[in-house]
Design a protein around this ligand. Structure first.
Ligand SMILES: [Zn+2]
Length: 196
């Protein structure tokens, strides 16, 4: 099974920024670009074919280009890594997915639960945000991708100091990169058939 890993957003338009600690000011793109090679290696050691790509590889910065870039890899599933931002009190993990796939929603829920357990926080929006919805959130990535596409929002590191501290700790201790591959693997095994 081939997995495409993407950082959210783009170097020229980084999305939200970490609000505190060691990575303060790091945008979503920069942070994910920093840690994704290690998650890719972890998934490879579990037997997956992993391709890293990003919106800019397809020539743009919007979610349409996420779909284009992911489609170009021929991957069976695509995961784009973000972090959330809202009011200072917002907290929790969630995963954004295509509304019309029950399997996709199940995968998103499992993945959000895994991230929440890893970081020691709760779920926001029950762990799953579907697109299309009233709140436009990367819709074109889900609409134009030819594989199940997911946006991971592990926490509100872009607005909550508490979430940001927990995420920073998981990143610096290596927990995030060491444990996410097994969490992703478990979700794939439980929801999708696994053909290496
Ligand atoms: Zn984002």
């Amino acid at each position: 099974m081939r997995i495409a890993l993407l950082p959210g957003h783009a170097e020229t338009k980084e999305g939200s920024a970490m609000v505190c600690g060691h990575f303060k000011g790091f945008g979503e793109w920069a942070l994910a670009t920093w840690y994704l090679p290690r998650i890719a290696d972890g998934l490879r050691s579990l037997g997956y074919d992993v391709v890293q790509t990003q919106r800019a590889d397809a020539g743009g910065t919007t979610p349409s280009y996420s779909a284009k870039a992911a489609n170009a890899t021929g991957a069976d599933i695509a995961l784009e890594f973000h972090f959330n931002s809202a009011g200072a009190k917002a907290s929790g993990s969630c995963c954004v997915c295509w509304k019309y796939s029950e399997t996709g929603r199940a995968f998103a829920r499992e993945l959000a639960r895994g991230m929440a357990a890893l970081l020691g926080i709760g779920l926001t929006a029950g762990g799953v945000i579907v697109q299309p919805s009233d709140e436009e959130r990367g819709l074109m990535a889900f609409k134009k991708s030819r594989m199940p596409f997911f946006m991971l929002e592990p926490c509100f590191a872009g607005s909550s100091a508490t979430d940001c501290q927990l995420f920073t700790h998981a990143l610096l201790s290596g927990e995030w990169t060491n444990k996410m591959p097994a969490i992703i693997d478990r979700c794939i095994q439980s929801v999708y058939s696994h053909n290496n």
